[in-house]
Design a protein around this ligand. Structure first.
Ligand SMILES: Cc1ncc(COP(=O)(O)O)c(C=O)c1O
Length: 399
């Protein structure tokens, strides 16, 4: 059996989401059609919208269904920018942390490259945290169109001081986008601290390809795609009825089961870290460690000095353990992750890092399987880093 320890990439469909999806596949109407079949589909969409809203503590009119996190982030950032710049052309600064997911990072960089945005990159400290004082300084330094800060980071799992940043942005009249894709269903969130708030179903037990952007009705968003005018004319496209119904069931279930799961996964994660340390004593943990106010419960991000992270991933894969590295492999050379680089981690250490992420289906047995395979994998990944590629990789699965 495989030990799946990559829940931050995607986590299995929960039973309530699966049931809701299967039932919704039998609903045939286009939710925009006015006959009874269409109205039945629309009813399911609107009931699901209410369930998503109530699970997130917002009003149903604030929920804009999208295809997921990437689209929600793009819609928020470009949509806010175009609306703001039309109203106040001199507000050209866009504040963005250096550790955002590419969906945010590349949207902001694109506005800088093509739309005349003046991008201000916000630093993080060695724990991965944004300093609200830097946010305050940058808000004072010039008029900003918007700011974007993630709730929790997808690599190191660190939870940002959103409340403090929210108050600062509100004081300066600057809309704040929060990418909460990793946070919703894993820690407690408050969408009303931000102007726009992104979430994605497949990170919380729903299917891939559905998510939401939470935005008050008064928030002006320029649409990215034009068409049938669904979702307050901000996000056109035929309703993904089955996806929406499954998302509603998933988020409801995730929020309902959060306290118990959070406690269980924090304990399992801390045990995992202790067990890894027992077999690889010079391992280091990246990012602030602590309870759910500090770090996502299921996230362990570890560096193995002198090891090659990609090799480690492949060797563990060969031992039926799925983990992830945040680094990109370009032409056979592992680039250290930009998140770890922003945290000031030595590039060599950053290259030898793994993200191990637990979720609802994770058990002690998964952790044991990792621990059994780890010492040998680390030893061989160290030989790879030292240049002995062929010998150390023998037996690893080709990718
Ligand atoms: C923080 C964060 N933002 C955005 C995304 C993109 O979400 P989706 O896969 O739904 O497009 C992810 C997914 O990896 C993520 O972790």
């Amino acid at each position: 059996v495989r030990a799946y320890l990559d829940h931050a990439a995607t986590t299995p469909l929960s039973q309530p989401a699966r049931d809701a999806m299967m039932a919704a596949f039998d609903v045939v109407g286009n939710g925009s059609a006015i006959h009874s079949d269409g109205r039945a589909a629309r009813k399911l969409v609107e009931e699901s919208r209410e369930r998503v809203a109530s699970a997130l503590g917002v009003g149903p009119t604030e929920v804009i269904f999208t295809s997921g996190g990437t689209e929600s982030d793009n819609l928020a950032i470009k949509g806010l920018w175009w609306s703001r710049i039309a109203a106040e052309p001199t507000r050209r600064r866009v504040l963005c942390t250096r550790i955002e997911h590419h969906a945010v990072l590349d949207s902001v960089a694109w506005l800088g490259a093509h739309e005349g945005a003046e991008v201000v990159w916000l630093d993080v400290d060695s724990d991965g945290l944004v300093d609200p004082e830097q946010v305050a300084r940058e808000l004072d330094a010039g008029p900003a169109a918007l700011a974007t800060v993630m709730w929790a980071n997808n690599e190191v799992g660190v939870v940002q001081p959103i409340e403090a940043i929210s108050f600062l942005c509100a004081d300066h009249g600057v809309p704040l986008h929060v990418d909460a894709v990793q946070a919703v269903g894993s820690v407690e969130v408050e969408p009303h601290l931000s102007t726009t708030f992104a979430s994605s179903a497949h990170k919380l037990g729903g299917p891939v390809g559905i998510g939401a952007l939470i935005a008050g009705r008064e928030v002006a968003l320029t649409p990215l795609a034009h068409g049938g005018g669904q979702e307050r004319k901000v996000r056109s496209g035929t309703f993904n009825v089955a996806g929406i119904a499954a998302f509603a069931a998933a988020v409801e279930y995730a929020v309902e089961t959060l306290p118990e799961r959070s406690k269980r996964l924090c304990a399992l994660r801390d045990q995992l870290i202790a067990d890894v340390r027992a077999v690889v004593p010079d391992m280091r943990v990246n990012g602030a460690l602590g309870g759910p106010a500090v770090r996502l419960p299921g996230n362990a991000h570890l560096s193995f000095p002198g090891a090659d992270g990609e090799a480690l991933l492949m060797l563990l894969d060969a031992a039926d353990v799925s983990v992830s590295t945040g680094s990109a492999c370009t032409a056979g050379v592992t680039e250290p992750s930009y998140v770890l680089t922003a945290m000031g981690l030595d590039p060599g250490l950053a290259r030898g890092s793994l993200r191990i992420s637990l979720g609802s289906s994770s058990t002690r047995a998964d952790v044991d399987q990792l621990i059994a395979a780890l010492p040998e994998a680390v030893a061989r990944a160290r030989r790879v880093a030292a240049g002995d590629t062929s010998a150390a990789l023998a037996g690893a699965r080709a990718v």
